[in-house]
Design a binder for this molecule. Structure first.
Ligand SMILES: Nc1ncnc2c1ncn2[C@@H]1O[C@H](COP(=O)(O)OP(=O)(O)OP(=O)(O)O)[C@@H](O)[C@H]1O
Length: 489
């Protein structure tokens, strides 16, 4: 519809141009004609009109029509037409480029980005301390010393000429532009992170936290709205073609060709990674063996006939072929049965020796088993970073006590817990089941066991338990407090 309207308006202008030039050209001042030629369709028509005039004259007089020499003739105005069309072509080219940068899918640049580009001319490795720049965010980050420390580490690394860190994210940010009346979405807010070779970094976070948006930027599917990241020293904004050669990806959903076999997939991706001849054959066989897809003719079966677990293992094998220095795995074990998952974990564990791996997962067990360090990501921001033990120590300095009784005895349970630990906090309560967090320094195990024995003699206790903080407790605590903060701000 829009195209038809534009076409119609364009034709109207052509008609108007032909009427003006043929009918009243002699009555209209040359200045007005030049003014009208600012409309591209009019200028084009004027040019064609003059060509036609010369051709007609040429036919009747036996000459050649318009020649280069006639272009400068002030009578026909061709020099004005050519200059106007050339300048307009340049202007429209620039406008088209600018509009494309703002509206192209995934790029989502701020309309003022050109101004910002001119304002911030600095070498990519130069960084100022982010404290001052973040303004009101400083308060938030001060609350997260580990995140601040990571940011400072990144700033330090960026000042060094060489580094052992395979991935360095420098204040990476992603904003999706608002569409169809929806406001713009800040999916990743200023992420700074440094991951050395040989480390598997786990990215945990609730649904919609921004993990996939982060990975999409790192693998070149979308461009950062601001900030950047360096992969093996290469800038993802400007050197993505080189980054691809040292990168492997296992996406959240298997991207496989149903009619190709597992072996053919690996041969294809191996060739893309520049492997040839016997080196390619060996890499494919090793890869198939490592993910248990080699024996029994499985390697030559069509991927469409693979089970979900086999497809997932093939995706992981694809991400590792060609010895990439950096690998991204987006929820690699989703949908796998326990045996296949354990198999896959062994593959990943072996693979991380000489490379950096970023892995997103919803499984705390997987994170604890595979990852050297973890980051909990909520509402687009990193809330904490550290190894699983550190995080449990930092966020879980308490025992979790659970007891299930009849609803009538709930008060007694609560009083018992208060006597054991005056600062205990009730974290869950549902139909007779209560959960309390008791600070470790207030509680002695022996007292808890004794108190439970006394309680059992006074009222029926259906179940009880005392556990150390799990990674899941840490995750829930961090995610809830961050979500509360973002709802309030
Ligand atoms: N192309 C897009 N345009 C607009 N908003 C988007 C787009 N892609 C993602 N989002 C929004 O950005 C936020 C982060 O989404 P993202 O998929 O990165 O989260 P996630 O942590 O990977 O979630 P999950 O664990 O469910 O995969 C969500 O609120 C999502 O709705």
């Amino acid at each position: 519809m829009r195209n038809s309207c534009l076409g119609f308006i364009y034709c109207l202008f052509l008609l108007f141009a032909s009427f003006t030039l043929m009918g009243v050209a002699s009555l209209v001042a040359e200045g007005w004609i030049i003014f009208m030629e600012l409309y591209p369709g009019f200028a084009l028509y004027r040019g064609l009109y003059e060509f036609a005039e010369y051709a007609l004259q040429g036919n009747s007089m036996g000459t050649d029509g318009m020649k280069w020499g006639n272009m400068s003739d002030s009578e026909n105005g061709m020099s004005d037409v050519m200059i106007i069309m050339l300048l307009e072509w340049l202007a429209v080219l620039c406008i088209a480029y600018y509009v494309d940068q703002i509206f192209a899918s995934g790029s989502g640049k701020n309309p003022k980005y050109l101004l910002q580009k001119f304002r911030k001319k600095r070498p990519s490795s130069f960084r100022r301390p982010s404290l001052g720049r973040q303004g009101s965010k400083v308060f938030v980050d001060m609350d997260k010393p580990d995140v601040m420390q990571e940011r400072e580490k990144v700033e330090q690394i960026l000042l060094e000429p060489t580094t052992t860190h395979s991935i360095v994210c420098d204040n990476l940010r992603k904003v999706y532009p608002g569409r169809d009346g929806n406001p713009e979405k800040l999916a990743v807010r200023g992420l700074s992170l440094a991951i050395p070779r040989g480390e598997c970094f786990g990215m945990l976070g609730p649904n919609g936290a921004g993990k996939t948006s982060f990975i999409s930027m790192m693998i070149g599917l979308t461009t950062p709205s601001s900030g950047t990241a360096y992969v093996e020293g290469l800038d993802i904004r400007t050197q993505m073609d080189w980054v691809y050669t040292s990168m492997g990806v296992c996406p959240q959903h298997d991207l496989l060709w149903e009619t190709l076999s597992g072996r053919e997939h690996l041969l294809f991706y191996g060739r893309l990674k520049n492997l040839k001849g016997s080196a390619l054959k060996k890499a494919v066989e090793d890869s198939l063996k490592s993910v248990n897809l080699f024996n029994g003719g499985v390697a030559d079966k069509q991927a469409g006939k693979y089970s979900g677990g086999m497809k997932r293992r093939l995706s992981v094998a694809i991400s590792l072929i060609g010895d990439p220095k950096v690998v991204y795995m987006d929820e690699p074990s989703t949908g796998l049965d326990p045996a296949s998952r354990s198999n896959l974990w062994n593959v990943v564990k072996r693979a991380k020796q000489d490379r950096a791996i970023i892995l997103t997962t919803h499984s705390m067990e997987e994170a604890e088993y595979l990852c050297d360090r973890l980051g909990i990501f909520v509402s687009g921001g990193l809330q904490c970073v550290g190894n699983p033990k550190e995080l449990k120590g930092r966020y879980g300095g308490s025992y979790v006590f659970t007891m299930t009784t009849s609803v009538n005895d709930e008060r007694e349970v609560e009083q018992m817990v208060r006597r054991l630990s005056p600062n205990a906090e009730k974290t869950y309560h549902m139909a007779g089941t209560q959960k309390f967090e008791m600070p470790k320094h207030e509680v002695s195990m022996a007292n808890v066991f004794q108190a439970v024995e006394v309680a059992k003699s006074r009222f029926p206790v259906y179940a009880w338990g005392l556990s150390d903080t799990t990674l899941e407790d840490v995750f829930i605590k961090v995610a809830n407090s961050a979500q509360e903060f973002h709802t309030l701000t």
